[in-house]
Design a protein. Structure first.
Length: 312
């Protein structure tokens, strides 16, 4: 079932202030500016899971289980724009749990990169990749303010390729100038002419548990549509990517190019801002909608009216 929700700027501002006070490293000014720059309230079309099939763009689909919420690509972009950030324009959806015990969010994107060959599946050099990340962040740290500096610690999950699923997985642990840990968990699922990114945003303390839920409840219910799978690739007609698995881990560029340009560090800095400014309000808004949905379900038992089940 779909739900519309509009949240007042006052409530949003109060929430971001509460988050800022509760997390020592949270950039309060950045959060306040993000809210202040919002001219209109985001009205988002939410989906509450009931075991139905959800479209992830034109390329994939997901069975959305009960107690999970979903925003499609356009609504995800709308939310990002409404709070002063810039979407990648590749978003095809976002999923997050209703349970108060689970504090993670999963984002899905599709990149029409061309078919990525997996010839490097047995030659992924984790040490070289980590060194590339380090050098990139070191270079960018010379050009950004202290608040935006990030430092590469280690692989939380080393890159690995699942040949049967044609998926690539990895996770890197960073920290900022205040020694606050920053982490996400990446899965890239190769398709006929590109790849789907599934990004789990969590924290080091809960990532292992969140990862299990994410993989068992979300990824296991994800599928690429027939005709768009990796095995559907036709070398005679379909375009090919200019990079392989190593380039994919480095954000869609070659290893040498990433070292020179420091693109990975730029991506990491964006991730840090995205986590604080977007993810936390996102989760709060979903909890509000889920709570109101439950109240509506209870009231519907006494006064069964279809209009009363739609949150205002």
């Amino acid at each position: 079932m779909y739900f519309f929700k509009s949240m007042s700027r006052f409530k949003m501002a109060m929430f971001t202030m509460a988050i800022a006070l509760s997390i020592a490293s949270l950039p309060c000014v950045a959060l306040a500016e993000a809210v202040a720059e919002t001219g209109t309230e985001p009205e988002l079309l939410w989906v509450i899971g009931s075991g139905q099939k959800i479209e992830l763009g034109q390329i994939a689909q997901l069975t959305l289980k009960q107690d999970y919420g979903f925003l499609d690509g356009e609504n995800t972009k709308q939310y990002v724009r409404s709070y002063g950030s810039i979407p990648s324009e590749r978003e095809i959806g976002a999923v997050f749990p209703a349970s108060e015990d689970q504090q993670w969010v999963a984002y899905f994107e599709y990149t029409d990169s061309g078919h990525i060959e997996d010839k490097e599946k047995d030659k992924i050099d984790a040490d070289a990749l980590l060194e590339s990340y380090r050098k990139g962040t070191e270079q960018v740290n010379k050009e950004v303010s202290d608040d935006n500096k990030m430092f590469v610690d280690r692989w939380f999950v080393e890159p690995s390729y699942n040949e049967s699923l044609h998926s690539l997985t990895w996770s890197i642990l960073f920290h900022d100038i205040n020694n606050e840990d920053i982490i996400n968990y990446n899965i890239r699922m190769l398709t006929r002419e590109g790849y789907v990114s599934a990004i789990l945003v969590s924290d080091p303390e809960h990532l292992e548990a969140d990862r299990k839920v994410f993989e068992s409840q979300i990824i296991s219910n994800f599928s690429v549509k027939p005709g768009e799978t990796y095995s559907d690739f036709d070398p005679a007609t379909d375009k090919k990517a200019e990079y392989g698995l190593t380039g994919l881990i480095l954000g869609g560029v070659g290893l040498l190019a990433a070292k020179k340009a420091g693109l990975i560090a730029v991506m990491a800095v964006f991730l840090k801002k995205f986590w604080f400014v977007i993810i936390l309000p996102f989760m709060w808004l979903w909890r509000v909608i889920r709570g109101k949905s439950k109240k509506n379900e209870e009231s519907a038992a006494d006064e069964p009216s279809p209009n009363e089940n739609i949150p205002s």
